[in-house]
Design a protein around this ligand. Structure first.
Ligand code: PLP
Length: 381
């Protein structure tokens, strides 16, 4: 099998499995318990928090572990704007955010929260003048922008977004799930107030991390306990936290430019196909190293993905609903493409275990598969 769907979930790193097995060999208690097993669990939890903080250039108190990045995004948006000490009101986000932010913002808007939606250009990059305009009327708002778009791989101009936010006194949340390498730089530079990471995108277990800059008010959205310093109730998940620290460490030790080489190798072959149209920015510094997004004339993504699956290649459309059917991509539509095109997004993504040989082979198979399908379509017409 050739796995090219790292942006959905990266394969679990065997080294992390070994660490977790080792830890779980002894009985682990509840990290809130006073006895020895509880103290042991608390030790691993706090050690993982310290490791994450060190890797990100953050303070330990600034790390909140959650069930996943979806929860972390929900907490960032709802938790800040609902806190009684918050001096900010109003949310600014974009039409291409992951559903964890997009649907939360929509729900908040339905509940009466003022929400401004930034538009994007044809490569998926947000239009900064719409951010400026939205902040002019009310500068003290929460801005939520993803670092890298999960469907297309477009890098958002976070440094510029941050400069604009800072000059107006706005808070900034960055979903960096697809850009863990950028997280430390943003935190170090004091460019963000809140930042989200996901464990399973880095080769760990599903699990979320929310960085919350010291002093940013955050009201818990799950109630029923004082865990995570009162910001997220529920028994803290020790193994997930350990897995998050290990996955982050392993990811940050890797050089993203190696993934860019694999992506470019893949794209070189696909460009031989007249029906293949690359999505997103052409400039390498405006795109993520690990994502390659395509439309193949007017072919729908589903039949392509089904054929590739039969040929043992795992890729995806940018988004799949819970019924596993391909839905039109909201992101592709926001970039100005029509309904048929928004059904055609095929995303290939690379990661820690991808090799040149399999990427080269997969590109050939994709090319031949698509050409056959286009040929068949022409004959049928
Ligand atoms: N944000 C982005 C940009 C993502 O790509 C994803 C997952 O696809 C999420 C948030 C949600 O992550 P999780 O699966 O950890 O809830």
């Amino acid at each position: 099998m050739i796995y090219l769907d790292y942006a959905a979930t990266a394969p679990f790193r065997p080294g992390i499995a070994d660490t977790l097995n080792e830890i779980a060999r002894e009985p682990l208690g509840n990290p809130s318990s006073l006895h020895r097993a509880g103290r042991k669990a608390r030790f691993y939890l706090e050690e993982a928090r310290e490791q994450c903080a060190n890797l990100l250039g953050a303070k330990v108190e600034e790390i909140v572990f959650c069930s996943g990045a979806t929860e972390a995004d929900n907490l960032a948006l709802r938790g800040t704007l609902s806190h009684s000490d918050i001096k900010h009101s109003g949310l600014i986000t974009s039409s291409v955010e992951h559903a964890a932010v997009f649907e939360t913002a929509q729900a908040m808007e339905e509940d009466g929260q003022a929400v401004s939606w930034m538009k994007v250009n044809s490569t998926g990059e947000i239009l900064l003048d719409s951010l400026e305009r939205s902040l002019q009327g009310n500068p003290r708002q929460l801005v939520s922008v993803m670092a890298v778009n999960n469907e297309i791989g477009t890098r958002q101009p976070i440094e510029e977004v941050s400069t604009i936010c800072r000059s107006h006194g706005a808070l900034l949340h960055v979903d960096a799930v697809q850009a863990p390498h950028q997280a430390k730089e943003l935190i170090d530079a004091g460019a963000v107030d809140l930042l989200t990471l996901s464990g399973h995108k880095m080769g760990g277990l599903p699990g979320g991390l929310l960085y919350v800059r010291q002093g940013v008010p955050l009201a818990p959205q799950i109630l029923g306990g004082a865990q995570e310093d009162g910001r997220r109730a529920g028994t803290s998940e020790v193994l997930r936290a350990v897995s998050m620290a290990r996955a982050l460490q392993a990811t940050l030790a890797e050089d993203p430019s190696e993934l860019a080489k694999l992506r470019d190798l893949f794209e070189q072959t696909l460009k031989e196909c007249g029906a293949a149209h690359a999505l997103g920015p052409a400039s390498p510094d405006k795109r993520a190293a690990h994502i390659s997004a395509w439309l193949f004339d007017n072919l729908g993504a589903e039949p392509i993905l089904t054929r590739l699956d039969l040929l043992d290649i795992c890729a995806s459309s940018g988004s799949a609903c819970s019924s596993h059917a391909v839905e039109p991509s909201r992101v592709v539509a926001a970039m100005g493409y029509d309904q048929t095109q928004s059904m055609g997004l095929v995303r290939f993504s690379f990661g820690w275990n991808s090799t040149r040989e399999e990427v080269r082979r997969a590109a050939r198979v994709v090319l031949e598969t698509v050409e056959k399908m286009i040929h068949k379509e022409k004959i049928a017409r």
